[in-house]
Ligand binder design. Structure first.
Ligand code: UT7
Length: 359
């Protein structure tokens, strides 16, 4: 049975830097609050109308393809993780295939909707397709554009100051050498908490779950349309429902529990212990979460890679961007035991333990 190994990696962030001070011009917030609670100093936003989730993914992908030294025509599967696709449908995977100019290959393109855990889910999925012998060279991407869908008034500040735009990509290839391969993976979810971090409107639910689970403050006046109007209507806009919603403390509490749990589970599956770990690349949701996890697991500062200070939370893109930067900075070296771990909306969480096989 083949193993899978990352043979190429790349990332791309838009040029437009938005500092905490910039945000104080449009909402009541402060550089001090954002830094203290999240560690974030600045983030990147796309140039509207010129960049999209797919174009960021394209930039990251061509770097990963070049880094792997393969021809883009040799890619036999695309797995694309995002919560901010360019179209509601079709998915971002097919748009990326078209941008790469490889639509004629007719390879499959799969979108993964697991939010902050998206890249871990995507890599785990790709790993299985390689292990089964179905595919040999898979492009795995995480890309997000948050900046066009946030509430930039004071009402939305608990969410909008956190998120940023960016993309990261890897090429995953089949190998017989376990010494450079993914060693173990884990994925989990608990839908009990679905609405704690969510973007519910527009959507097909028509208020059903809001009534069923007595979720307060998120109902919408649907009127009584005979056809249509349930998925999207004017009241959703008028009642400010078309924005992401986050109960930060609930997410925080669960995250600091589940990160160590899933990291330990996956290390154990790989036959490793915490002391074997060279570098932890956690999802970049909040620097305080990552510091808490490091402390709980007794990891040194140099065993955990963080770049949330510069990019904010880029959801599915955060892990591949961080892994790519860590490699560029020489902090992830050939033979290192690397753990990728994520937690986020759903709730979903997961981890990947791998032996880094690139220079
Ligand atoms: O990647 C997806 C997973 N997401 C996460 O893991 C996020 C986890 N949660 C968090 O990171 C934190 O909960 C936040 C950073 C989102 C919020 O920090 P917090 O310490 O939990 O703050 P809070 O929501 O309890 O709000 C505390 C106060 C409130 O004011 P009052 O009610 O105490 O007067 C908020 O209105 O801070 C206020 N506040 C702000 N003040 C200035 C909320 N957002 C802001 C803001 N600027 N941007």
């Amino acid at each position: 049975m083949p193993y899978s190994t990352i043979t190429g990696i790349g990332h791309y962030v838009p040029k437009n830097v938005v500092t905490n001070h910039d945000l104080t011009k449009v909402m009541e917030t402060s550089d001090e609050w954002i830094r203290e609670r999240t560690g974030i100093e600045e983030r990147r936003y796309i140039t509207k109308g010129k960049e999209t989730t797919t174009t960021l993914a394209y930039e990251a992908s061509i770097k990963a393809i070049a880094d792997a030294g393969i021809d883009k025509e040799d890619i036999d599967f695309i797995v694309f993780a995002t919560l901010s696709p360019d179209y509601y449908f079709p998915g971002a995977g097919v748009l990326l295939q078209r941008e790469l100019g490889i639509a004629k290959t007719e390879i499959a393109a799969l979108d993964i909707r697991a939010q902050c855990s998206g890249f871990v889910y995507a890599l785990t999925t790709a790993d299985q397709f390689i292990k089964s012998g179905t595919y040999k060279k898979i492009l795995v991407v995480g890309a997000e554009v948050h900046s066009v869908g946030l509430d930039f008034t004071t009402r939305g500040r608990n969410v909008s100051v956190i998120f940023g735009d960016g993309a990261g990509a890897v090429i995953l290839e089949a190998t017989e050498d376990k010494g450079v391969a993914i060693q173990a993976t884990s994925m989990h979810s608990d839908g009990t908490y679905a609405e704690k971090l969510s973007y519910m409107y527009p959507g097909a639910h028509g208020g059903y779950f809001i009534e069923k689970y007595a979720i307060e403050g998120f109902d919408v006046d649907y009127g009584d349309p005979e056809f249509g109007g349930y998925f999207f209507n004017q009241n959703m806009i008028d009642q400010n429902r078309v924005y992401p919603h986050m109960e930060g403390q609930a997410v925080f509490k669960m995250a600091v529990r589940k990160f160590p749990e899933v990291i330990m589970e996956t290390l154990t599956k790989a036959g490793m212990e915490v002391s074997d770990l060279d570098m932890l690349i956690p999802h970049q949701a909040n620097l305080r979460i990552n510091q808490f996890v490091a402390k709980t697991m007794r990891l040194n500062e140099d065993q955990v890679y963080n770049n949330i200070m510069r990019y904010g939370n880029t959801t599915a893109a955060s892990i591949p961007i961080a892994l790519s930067e860590a490699r560029d900075e020489g902090k992830v070296k050939k033979g290192d035991n690397v753990v990728l771990a994520a937690f986020g909306a759903g709730f979903t969480w997961g981890a990947v333990v791998l032996k880094w096989g690139r220079d």
